[in-house]
Design a protein around this ligand. Structure first.
Ligand code: HEM
Length: 133
């Protein structure tokens, strides 16, 4: 029972690391797509919007996996909550929040915060409290 619980937690920790890394990769994809759009491929914006809908879902996976695998690590939990909150806010700035270009531009700026939070979460998942071999 205890062993299967440990395996479940270990699985959640692996999932947390993979999902946080996926967020980083997806933000780079988003940057590429929006640059492609700026350089004239109008279809790239629609792909950007589709991928953009997936990113918060992956952030939810990071949070759930953290709450299972890292629930005793307060820093890791805070990082995952922040990742989801900032990630959702970042998407909302594209259209729903604000009525001026200066405010909508926070959509682009906050993408950097999303990458940093995901990187911190993935790094901590890889290194923190790793049991000695
Ligand atoms: C974490 C990375 C990103 C995610 C998850 C994301 C997600 C999204 C989503 C979901 C939309 C559609 C919004 C809606 O229809 O309500 C959108 C639109 C857009 N995004 Fe991003 N995005 C990201 C990064 C970026 C970056 C770095 C830029 C530019 C520097 C950018 C520029 C835009 C633009 C110009 C739109 C179109 C807004 C409009 O239709 O008026 N995005 N993005």
């Amino acid at each position: 029972m205890l062993a299967s619980m440990r395996n479940f937690e270990r699985g959640a920790r692996m999932l947390q690391e993979v999902a946080a890394t996926a967020v980083i990769v997806l933000v780079f994809v988003q940057l590429y797509l929006i640059a492609e759009y700026i350089f004239g491929d109008t279809g790239a914006l629609s792909t950007h919007k589709t991928v953009g809908g997936i990113v918060p879902a992956v952030e939810v996976v990071v949070l759930i996996a953290t709450l299972i695998g890292w629930r005793k690590d307060r820093v890791q939990v805070i990082l995952s909550v922040l990742l989801l909150v900032v990630g959702v806010l970042q998407v909302q700035f594209a259209e729903n929040i604000g009525s001026s270009p200066s405010v909508h531009a926070l959509h682009g700026l906050l993408a950097v915060a999303v990458v940093l939070l995901a990187a911190a979460s993935a790094h901590r998942g890889r290194t923190a409290f790793r049991p000695a071999a």
